[in-house]
Design a protein around this ligand. Structure first.
Ligand code: 5GP
Length: 216
């Protein structure tokens, strides 16, 4: 077996990979591309009280639930984190996350800064935080208008919220500027590869080194 083969066979703990950005910075496209090439990565599907947009599928993009259901999940401790965004409730169901981590899968989250702070408080060592910045205010506005899935008033509101979301950039481990989608995509891959190699995640290293030293 090659040395690379040996080292990649070492058991590793899954990680929690957060991508945050203001709406329209390209996060959804980047998430999709990441999931398409990473067989060991799964997407956390959030619950939300907002209405589905055209083309969104229940259970895939979000679990669309009522406010009463959302409040009950909060009360029952079923959410790893939750927040109010644009007047709607959003949250991450905790059970699938724990199941995936136990299976050694990496979990991708498209959540805002509030949720990221909460996961950081509960699961610091498992978390990798990436913030995506738009290249300019003009570009962000164009993307929101081009997407045109939301009413004009919603676009204006989201532009106003972008500044607030961006103010939390320094709470993230990595900050990328999405002026070139492919470049940004490559940077995300590099971050993921390096984070997977971190010593504390490679739980099989201890046994490997013990066996290695026995023969020295
Ligand atoms: P959208 O309505 O455009 O899908 O999402 C609006 C914002 O809510 C985005 O910034 C997205 O990252 C955030 N968001 C989506 N799901 C969750 C979640 O489960 N928790 C938190 N805290 N934010 C979320």
């Amino acid at each position: 077996m090659s040395s690379q083969g040996t080292s990649s066979a070492i058991a590793r703990r899954g990680l929690l990979f957060v991508l945050s950005s203001p709406s329209g910075a390209g996060k959804t496209t980047l998430s999709r591309q990441l999931l398409a090439r990473e067989s060991d990565m799964v997407m956390s599907v959030s619950v939300t009280t907002r209405k589905p947009r055209p083309g969104e599928t229940d259970g895939k993009d979000y679990h669309f639930i009522s406010r009463a259901q959302f409040d009950q999940m909060v009360k029952d401790g079923e959410l790893l984190e939750y927040a109010e965004v644009f007047g709607n409730g959003y949250g991450t169901p905790i059970k699938p996350v724990n199941d995936w981590l136990a299976e050694g899968k990496d979990v991708l989250f498209d959540i805002d800064w509030q949720g990221t702070q909460q996961i950081h408080a509960r699961m610091t060592d498992d978390l990798v935080r990436v913030f995506i910045l738009p290249p300019s205010a003009e570009e962000l506005r164009d993307r929101l208008v081009r997407r045109a899935q939301d009413a004009a008033s919603v676009v204006a509101k989201r532009m106003a919220e972008a500044s607030n979301e961006i103010s939390h950039w320094a709470e993230y481990d990595y900050v990328l500027i999405n002026d070139d989608l492919d470049q940004c995509d490559r940077s995300i891959s590099k971050i993921l590869d390096a984070e997977r190699l971190r010593r504390h995640r490679r739980v099989g290293l201890d046994t490997f080194v013990k066996r290695l030293r026995k023969h020295l």
